[in-house]
Structure formats: C-alpha cells, structure tokens
Design a protein around this ligand. Sequence first.
Ligand code: TEU
Length: 588
Amino acid sequence: MAAQNAPSREWWKEAVVYQIYPASFLDSNGDGLGDLRGIISKLDYIKSVGADTIWLSPIFKSPQKDMGYDVADYRDIHEPYGTLQDAEALITACHARGLRVLFDLVVNHTSDQHAWFRESRSARTSPKRDWYLWRDPKTGPDGARRPPNNWASIFGGSAWTWDEPTGQYYLSLFLPSQPDLNWACADMRAAAHADMAFWLDRGVDGFRIDSMNLMSKHPDLPDAPVTDPGREFQSGDLYFASGPRMHEYIREMRREVFDKYSSGGRRVMTVGELGFTKDEGSVAEYVGRARGELDMVFTGDVVDMDFGAGHKYERDDFRVAKLRDITARWQAAIPACDGWNAVYMDNHDSGRSLSRYASDDPRYRAAAAKMLATYLGSVSGTLFLLQGQEIGMANVPASWGMEEYVDVEAKNYYDAVRKVRGEGADMGDVLREMRLKARDNGRLPMQWSAEENAGFSRGGRPWMRVNDDFREWNVEKQEVDPDSVLAYWREVLELRKREFDVFTYGRFKMLDVEGTSEDVFAYTMTSPDGRKKALILLNFSDTEQPFSGRGFEGWRRLLGSNVAVEVGKDGVRLGAYEGVIFCNWLLN
Ligand code: TEU
C-alpha cells in the first residue's frame, strides 16, 4: 500500500547541488575576485565531494550594487568574471564531467543600468515605460511630496525611488538601483522569456529563480497595514508576495520556455526562492505536481530560525524545537501535495548554520559540522550545499568590527540603527546579530589551503577579508585527513546516493521519546516500500545526551562515530554535537 505513494525517480530529485558564490570561489588571475576560469579548475573537486550539480549565483553583467543580483545585461558576463566564451566553456566542462548547471534567474528586478530601465526612465512616453512600475507622487499633509504608498524596501527606507526628470516614482523593493519589473506587461515577460531561452540554448540545465514570488504585485499597490507603528515604512508583502497573477506567470514561463527544453531526455530543473509565503497550502500551489509550476522552492524558514520578530537583525535565539517543527512540517506537507522539497541550511543570504545553530567553538566545530551534515544528508528532498560547507567553514570571528562587513544589507541596517541611537552609542547588540546573520558570513572567500589568502587569490587583495581561521580550516588540510569534515561529507553523500530510497525518497517520522533532552533531534526515515528504516539522532548540545533506544535494540550503526556500533538495551549515549545514523537492514 505504501508503494503506491512512492515518488517517481527523477535526476533533479536526486541531485546534490553545490552553490558557488562566484566572487568568493577561486580567483585565477590575481585580481582579488573569483572568476569562471577559477570555477572550471575546481570542477573535479566539486565532483569529488559528491555533488552532481552546481548553482552559480549571478555571473551576468552588473554594476554589482547587490553582488550581481542587479543585472544590467542577462546575455553578457560581468567582465572580471570572464567572457561569454568562458561561460560556455564552463557549461561544456561541467557536462563533460556529468555535472549539471543551474543559473540564477534574477527577473523580479533589473539593475537601473539595464537598457530596459534606461529606456523606461527616458520619458513618460517611452515604449518601455510600463516595463517597470511608475507612479505619481502623493502629497503629504504638509504639502510635501510623498511616495505612492507606505511600503518599506527590503534593504531599508521606502520601496519607492523618485525620478526627477520624469517626475514619477518607480518601485524598487530592494535597492533604489534595483527597479522592479512590471510582469503585468506582456512584452516585458516575452523579453525575459527570451533571455531564459538564451541560456537554455547554451546548455544550462535549469534555474534557481530569485525572489520568485514577488513578480506579481496587487494591481492597485495599496498601502500596507501598519504592523510596526514605530517605523515610517511598512512591509507590503501582503500586496507584493504571491500576488494575484503569480501562478499564471509561472505556468506561462513553463509553457513558453522550460517545457520547450524538456524533451528527448532533457529536463529543465527549477527551484524558486519563496519569500514571505509560508503556509503549506500556498506553498503547495507552487510545487504540487498537478499544478505544473515549479519543481521545488526554498521556503526560507530554515534560514530564518533566529531572525527577530520585527527584523532579521533583531535577536531571537535558535532553539532545536524550531528545526524539529520546520522539518516535520515540510517533510509531511510536501509529499501530501505530491510535490518536492529543497533541503538546505545555508546560502549566500545569511550566516553559516554551523555558527548559528550548532557551534564553531574549536572544541566542537568538527563534530557540529558533521552533525549538521548528518541532518542534511538524511532528510527527503534535493540537497543544496553552499561552497565551504563541506569543510565546516564558519562565520566571521567576533573580533571583526563593522568596517570588515561589505554587504549593503548589513551596512544599511547598521547605519539606520546608529542614526537613531546617535554617534558613539553602544552598538554591541547589533554587531552580535551581524556576526550571526549578516550575509557577509556566507560570502567569505573559499578556504582552499594554508597559503596566502587561503589559496583563494594569489597576489591579489581579496575583495572580502579571508576568515582568520584559514590555516586550520581549509580543503588541502582536510583532503589528507580521513577524520575531516570533508571526508565525512563525502561519506554522507555517498550513503545518500546509495540508499536513496531511505533518505532522498524516504518518509520522515519524528520521535518524541520521553526522557530525551530538548537538545536532541531524533527521527526515522523509512523507504517508500516500508522495508528499510533508519534512526537518526542529532545532539545539538555541548554535553553528552542519552537516548533510550527502546524499539530500536540491535539496529546497526550506518554512519557517524558513536561508541555504540548498535543500539543497546540501555540505548545510546550521544557525545557533544554528535550525529549518528542506525538502521534496521544490517541486523544480525
Ligand atoms: O533574496 C531575496 C530576499 O528576500 C533577500 O532580501 C533576503 O530576504 C535577505 O537577503 C535575507 O537576509 C534574493 C537574493 O538571494 C539576494 O542575495 C538578493 O539580494 C535579493 O534577492 C535581491 O535580488
């Protein structure tokens, strides 16, 4: 009976995706910035880790006000990264090794340097005027010019930018230099479709779709409800996230683009970044198989677990119960809608999970990184790793001051708070949150070796400071250490591939065993035919923890270095930050 529900096997479900942040991966020409040639030179390494797909954060021509998430030309490459020929060579080199390639599709907005926007802004009568969202100003009670509504930008301030020459505001949900495209305009959509096809014609295997569900805004762009009376501008997500035509746009994209490239053994993969939309019903509308929309989404909650109620950089501590709830929710809800999951804990938009949810204290760091690998490798879905996660890279050290942070999100927030508090005020609490969650943490240069600049750049001055710990934590060192985090990740990914029915396609069940510490996350994964079962135990604390083991006696250790090779009568003792997997199919 269970076999009926077995999900179909697909390459994109079994994929292990390795996210590359191009600026920080490997600098091959000594200019301090990573590049495409650097990436090509490390494809064999990526493959050796056990990944079979790469996702490149944007490499397109861009003024880099938001590190390439502000695209000036979708058909050209940011010059310091390389040329169009290099991008083609990268795709060819991946395919030659059996690696697939996902590009980052940033089409909710463009850069203000994009030809479309230059034309749009040139005159109210421009044929491209309505490719973006232009509106007349409002007038405040004092007679002063006000933005068309009260929406806040995601990066601070108003979501509207004033354009003096044409006397209107344009919508910019991120930076003023990232104007939002108007997806209600059919010509604009067709132009975006053509740019997607441009890359599919060059062999790209799919897309991570940036800010995917922000493309359809409420046509009236109404004022947002005032949820934070203390602030001048309010989050307008009620009216700009998952708007009325969102599903229509995705289906059209599928029909007009992706499906045209999905035949004859080829199948374009899509993963949408889903912000603000959190409930199971709405998520199902994007990923339910019968909907014909996206393969999977990033729901975001697993990277938001320690965000404050009012803002990312307000304090709210991580608790294991949150991870338990989020995992249980999606592991159940996604199969229930016959959809598919993305499994991840790290990306370029936050701090490293190791430093936020586990521990980068030298005493526990390796164990903690392995424990998180055990979690990620064991749950159902398509697995995404961020470069450096495979060696246990950590956040910036606590000793770094704000001057080391380069990302616009962190800087804008810090400056806004300092403005309110006044020059010289204590900013320690904000710096604490930065050190946990700033996007800079996920973007630090890759640590290849103990050489100058961690082997990331020879001769160049890295665009971002290299983490102080690189002499101890680098690929070269871990390559020769069978006990390393890297060696463990290889084992995890190998196991996940081998036992795909238990893990990638398995059914999750939470274990709520009396007497187990709040800091222990225990669950089972069962193959769709019900025969193979794995018991996963994760200790998120720095002290030893018991697990009673009742009902699992005799199950054999499959992964991890626990002292017990099988679950005994007295259960299992978990070391600090230990993760271990036992299974029922090695019995006897
Ligand atoms: O992120 C979308 C987004 O909503 C982010 O602002 C996210 O909430 C924030 O970074 C969390 O700290 C995507 C990209 O992943 C991000 O890098 C871009 O800056 C953003 O879109 C604009 O393109």
